[in-house]
Design a protein around this ligand. Sequence first.
Ligand SMILES: [Zn+2]
Length: 203
Amino acid sequence: MAVRISPLMDRLIDALRVLPGVGPKGAQRMALHLLRHNREGGRVLGRALLEAVERIGYCPRCRNFSEGGLCAICDDARRDRTLLCVVESPADILAIEHAGGYRGCYFVLHGRLSPIDGIGPDALGLDVLESIVAGGVVEEVILATNTTVEGEATAHYVSEVLKAQRVRLSRIAHGVPVGGELEYADGGTIVHALRGRRSIGGE
Ligand SMILES: [Zn+2]
């Protein structure tokens, strides 16, 4: 148990624990560091955090993060709108963009099917995805959910939802290790997984 110092300090330490991987000791160290060595950094962090959580929403088209209106990728006329890559999270977009080589668009599920956690098809925005594909511009949907059990089940479910539509469906190759998460794969692996994607139906 961390030692209590002052009410405001205690509140700061408790608040820092919303960050993933930060326990009581780590939070205490961060709080002490900011107050002792970098109050200006703390102000910048506080303002950035507040503005980000209040002003960053979701792109109405791909569900990626966006500050009102289309995200930077959907808004970029140079992106190939005939290719749509379906991913579990915005972190996967960052990983794929960082790997380079993909010039299509994305759709973010913000999760994966997980009945145990109460995440069903409705939470994944599949109605939005269906209407995008029904628009007729997309020629291929690349299912780039993780190669975990839930990711595979999700890819299968999405392919079932879309298979009645006039669109090619493909699944990323298993260059991403089985049970692996895209977010943590290296760039070369991601490039290989996308290039080696295999058709799983549709036309
Ligand atoms: Zn977008």
